[in-house]
Design a protein. Structure first.
Length: 466
């Protein structure tokens, strides 16, 4: 039984790991506006763009789950499992990000669509190559649980901060530079920030060490997913929240339609981004006293109440609207930060129940759901915008379109929050104290009998022989 840590990460690894996620999410955040690019940048009809964006996700469904299985099975000659994939993905993602936003405006719409689909599929492949392995690096750079928690929380904070930058600046950048030059800016800065970690990050846990149990069969992987019910719940809720989270990406449409000034998107986006920063900073402090599950539920309920007020107040007073948007996005911030922590918790539960540490599969599924959510929210948003009667070629929209646009902006996220809360309260029973016991058992810090006594009643027996 192991009582003490055998290896810990360096300060440079902590710093460059945070830089990596900041840079990666500069790219991902900019790519999140692909719906706006297709409709406002290229003039493609919203309903057509919705289908075009969602179509490549058929490949994604195969791509991510297959890759998760591969990284759990395959080791490079140097014994590394994750870092080589991170390097390949990092060197490719920047170039294809630019290509995806370099579609000539004078091309026929059908050729523009073909260009987009091909470039998006390649973009998606490179993103998969770097995202899931980069998440998993936190588990092989150190075997200290507290340090892993630090890596994951820092990852999410800097990922959020990186994702906020394009949300806030998208209107200003595209107005002054255009979409292609804007992509060059974000891709260049993003890749420069990502590169240091590919040289500094070290995989200290190798195939030859005690985690050899990660070499499991496809049948075992399937059984692991069947056993890990809380991972499945998290992924379902992730889709529900993500598909209805319009606040950030819809701010461009609300500014242009409801206020007649695209420049006001900057203020709406900043209002949506501020709660994310505050929640990311305050959560580690609050989580020491309150279980993060209850923090999530509380944040969602608060946003629902504010959204009800927003429907009565309306959009006539812009300053008041900005304040309301900031308050209602507490729910957005809560789930965007906490859901990733819940996924990390489910890896301990899955190992505890099955005896299999399926790190690659877990984080690849998370990556898949993240990308599926990104496509789903863009497609669903475009369908809702099409329902409002929005006309991209019209300089002014009708009163009916304006009112419907505001209603979609406020009501759809509320529906998602309500459904998500119900699912979580009924099906997700994992709590912080239980996860800590599971982590200690999985890392052989406590014995089989100690884990059995603490958790058998609620979660069942640990895997025998562990």
């Amino acid at each position: 039984m192991r009582k003490d840590s055998n290896f810990i990460a360096t300060r440079k690894e902590h710093v460059t790991y945070n830089m990596f996620w900041f840079g990666q999410n500069l790219l991902w955040g900019y790519a999140g506006f692909i719906a706006t690019y297709l409709t406002m940048g290229l003039g493609i009809d919203a309903s057509i763009a919705a289908a075009v964006i969602f179509a490549p996700q058929i490949w994604d469904a195969i791509n991510d789950t297959l890759f998760g299985y591969i990284i759990d099975k395959f080791r490079f000659k140097n014994g590394q499992q994750f870092m080589p994939w991170v390097k390949i993905g990092t060197f490719g993602i920047g170039i294809i990000s630019i290509v995806m936003f370099a579609i000539p405006k004078d091309l026929a719409h059908n050729l523009q669509i073909i260009w987009f689909i091909i470039s998006y599929i390649i973009f998606d492949a490179f993103y998969t190559l770097l995202d899931a392995p980069a998440f998993a690096m936190a588990t092989v750079m150190t075997d200290n649980i507290q340090e892993r928690t630090s890596f994951i929380s820092g990852n999410k904070l800097f990922a959020m901060l990186g994702g906020i930058v394009p949300v806030v600046l998208i209107g200003t950048v595209t107005a002054n530079l255009g979409w292609t030059l804007g992509s060059i800016l974000f891709a260049g800065v993003g890749c420069l920030l990502m590169l240091p970690f590919t040289f500094v990050g070290k995989e200290r846990r190798r195939q030859s060490e005690e985690d050899k149990e990660e070499k499991f069969t496809f049948k075992q992987m399937f059984n692991y997913l069947k056993t890990n019910k809380y991972l499945l719940v998290c992924l379902v809720v992730f889709i529900i929240f993500g598909m209805t989270a319009f606040e950030s990406i819809m701010s461009t449409y609300v500014a242009a339609v409801c206020y007649g000034d695209p420049g006001k998107q900057l203020y709406l986006a900043a209002a949506a981004a501020l709660p994310v920063i505050l929640v990311s900073v305050l959560l580690p402090i609050l989580a020491k006293k309150i279980d993060k599950f209850y923090l999530l539920i509380g944040g969602l309920i608060f946003s629902i109440l504010v959204s009800v007020i927003a429907m009565f107040v309306g959009y006539d007073n812009f300053l008041l609207s900005v304040i309301i948007v900031a308050l209602k996005c507490v729910g957005l911030a809560s789930w965007q930060v906490i859901i990733y922590m819940l996924v990390a918790d489910t890896t301990e539960y899955g190992t505890y129940k099955s005896g299999i540490r399926a790190t690659g599969v877990t984080f690849s599924l998370q990556t898949f759901i993240s990308k599926l959510r990104n496509a789903a929210v863009n497609s669903f948003m475009l369908l809702c915008i099409a329902w409002t009667g929005y006309n991209a070629e019209a300089s002014l929209q009708t009163t009916s379109v304006v009112n419907k646009m505001w209603s979609v902006f406020i009501v759809i996220p509320v529906i998602g929050y309500i459904i998500g809360i119900i699912v979580l309260l009924i099906f997700y029973k994992l709590r912080d104290n239980d996860v800590q016991i599971m982590a200690k058992y999985n890392n052989r810090e406590i014995s089989y009998d100690e884990a059995k006594e603490a958790l058998a009643v609620k979660y069942g027996l640990p895997a025998k022989g562990e």
